[in-house]
Design a protein around this ligand. Structure first.
Ligand code: SAM
Length: 256
């Protein structure tokens, strides 16, 4: 999978070199390219922002550097962005613009994005990006554009959102996480929160691991975990329950 990130703070994306995502790049599973938006601002001060039309506080990111950067991304050889407007979807990236006014980022959406061969992320700053850039990307470059929110709060810029999204997406790309089974039982994979987990020692500071986990009966362990998942989801995230596949409701016959 290829991932391009456009930002005025390329160094913000340095953590993508670390841990599993860094290893996936070195293994050739991911091709992450970070671009400095200011390289596409051609005035003396490499200006990327200006005052908002209509007044108000803050600055807005100018359309010209964004258009130049997107042109370079999708039509590097052809020299004309319009020339690729009819190119096939796999030859162009899906453009993700992080923003608090976007579609919520979920595990299901991450899984969908993990199947794409090419994603590009446009990191906004200030009050955001001139709205015409979205139209240009869709209409003139032929890109699918998705504004995506990390949650109902406001960050200073898109970079932290991109770090979170890339990590969530990339770990679903086959081969990135060594043990694929570990992806199956995680929170949100079946619509529920994950059950509590324990490791050695079995007894620690007066607290014991639930006995069912020590017995080796895989059927009872699975039932116990399912019950704890449901309990935890009811307690912490009842909003998830209507969409969750609720089979195996708690019974009284499993000790814990
Ligand atoms: N004026 C914008 C609004 O109210 O919708 C907020 C702009 S915010 C200060 C600057 C940038 O941070 C946004 O363009 C976006 O890239 C990023 N950002 C802020 N909150 C975000 C969130 N919840 N999810 C994803 N990106 C976010």
């Amino acid at each position: 999978m290829r991932i391009d990130v456009l930002t005025i703070f390329p160094q913000y994306l340095a953590p993508l070199e670390l841990s599993l995502i860094g290893k996936a790049q070195r293994d050739g599973l991911l091709d992450v390219r970070v671009h400095d938006l200011r390289e596409f601002a051609h005035d003396r001060h490499r200006t990327v922002d200006d005052t908002p039309y209509g007044g108000g506080a803050g600055m807005v990111m100018k359309p010209e550097p964004w258009a130049a950067a997107l042109d370079a991304l999708v039509a590097p050889a052809k020299g004309s962005a319009v020339a690729v407007a009819s190119a096939s979807a796999s030859a162009t990236p899906l453009l993700i613009v992080p923003g608090p006014a976007g579609r919520p980022f979920t595990q299901a959406f991450a899984a969908e994005l993990a199947t794409r061969p090419w994603l590009a992320f446009a990191c906004g700053r200030y009050e955001g990006i001139d709205e015409r850039v979205y139209e240009y990307a869709a209409d003139d470059l032929g890109l699918r554009v998705e504004v995506v929110s990390l949650g109902d709060y406001v960050l200073n810029g898109g970079e932290v959102a991109v770090l979170a999204m890339v990590e969530a997406i990339a770990r679903l790309v086959p081969g990135v996480v060594g043990n694929a089974e570990s992806l199956v039982e995680e929170s949100h994979s079946d619509g529920l929160l994950e059950y509590p987990v324990y490791t050695k020692p079995a007894s620690w500071r007066g607290r014991d691991v639930p006995p069912v986990l020590l017995g080796g009966d895989h059927g009872r362990i699975a039932a116990w975990r399912r019950e704890r998942s449901i309990e935890r989801t009811v307690a912490r995230r009842p909003d998830l329950l209507p969409a969750a596949a609720l089979t195996g409701l708690p019974s009284d016959d499993v000790e814990g």
